[in-house]
Design a protein around this ligand. Structure first.
Ligand SMILES: NC(=O)c1ccc[n+]([C@@H]2O[C@H](COP(=O)([O-])OP(=O)(O)OC[C@H]3O[C@@H](n4cnc5c(N)ncnc54)[C@H](OP(=O)(O)O)[C@@H]3O)[C@@H](O)[C@H]2O)c1
Length: 208
């Protein structure tokens, strides 16, 4: 598969790149700063650009079979409209280029999944993550109402742990406490979802 990965320099996106290369995919990464790729740059096609620019994204999308997006704001607690701006650019670029498959990383607790969150999770989502979650909710709705073959991925708190392969994934997943999932497991789920049809037009909640 010809796979375009957005957010490839982030910790989750980097796992997706590694998995895709191991699986024999033809990998294109879309990054702001190619130097951050290190040696990986020799093994993938690198396109430089800004994910909020439809023009930049559509250039990278040409000829791809699917897009996996692991975009984020790093440690920032403000969204600065990043998720609405990048999702708008990605949807418009996909429509322009004629690509339909999109696997998009969001967060558990956004939108309708808030109802299944535990008391400690709700506290964090309503305070620290309020700005990011409000913006993600709008972005995710835009993706759902687009004509794309989308999958939205809603992991709980991310860790840098190894791939365990034992996580739960469902459309509806009630939580207790403050569960986690490793970025490696999230990446494996996203990569697998991009290769199949099981999670088409579904929001996947994933957690240990
Ligand atoms: N932390 C958690 O516990 C948690 C839980 C659930 C969900 N999530 C979500 O999971 C996602 C990924 O998180 P993460 O920690 O793996 O990654 P991250 O550190 O947020 O990295 C995000 C990636 O997006 C890229 N990016 C940001 N702005 C860009 C722009 N304008 N144009 C192009 N690329 C851009 C970054 O590139 P640069 O390297 O150039 O900055 C980086 O590759 C985020 O959406 C986050 O909200 C996080």
């Amino acid at each position: 598969m010809k796979l375009l990965i957005l957010g490839a320099t982030g910790p989750t996106g980097r796992h997706v790149v590694d998995l895709a290369l191991r699986a024999g995919d033809s990998v294109t990464v879309f990054v702001r700063n190619p130097a951050a790729l290190g040696d990986l740059a020799d093994r993938v096609t690198v396109v430089t650009g800004d994910a909020t620019s439809r023009h930049d994204v559509s250039g990278a999308m040409t000829g791809q079979d699917a897009v996996v997006a692991a975009l984020g704001r790093g440690n920032s607690l403000t969204a600065d409209d990043f998720f609405t701006r990048s999702s708008t650019a990605v949807i418009a670029a996909a429509e322009e280029v004629g690509i339909s498959r999109l696997v998009w990383l969001s967060s558990f607790g956004v939108g309708h999944t808030y109802q299944w969150s535990s008391v400690p999770q709700k506290l964090i989502y309503r305070t620290l993550l309020r700005s990011v979650y409000a913006n993600k909710e709008i972005a995710d709705e835009r993706i759902r109402s687009s004509g794309l073959d989308w999958t939205l991925v809603y992991p709980t708190r991310l860790t840098h742990g190894p791939e365990a392969g034992t996580y739960r994934a469902d459309d509806r997943l009630p939580m207790k406490g403050n569960p986690t999932i490793s970025r490696a497991d999230v990446a494996a789920f996203m990569h697998q979802a991009a290769h199949g049809s099981e999670w088409l037009h579904r929001t996947a909640v994933i957690s240990d």
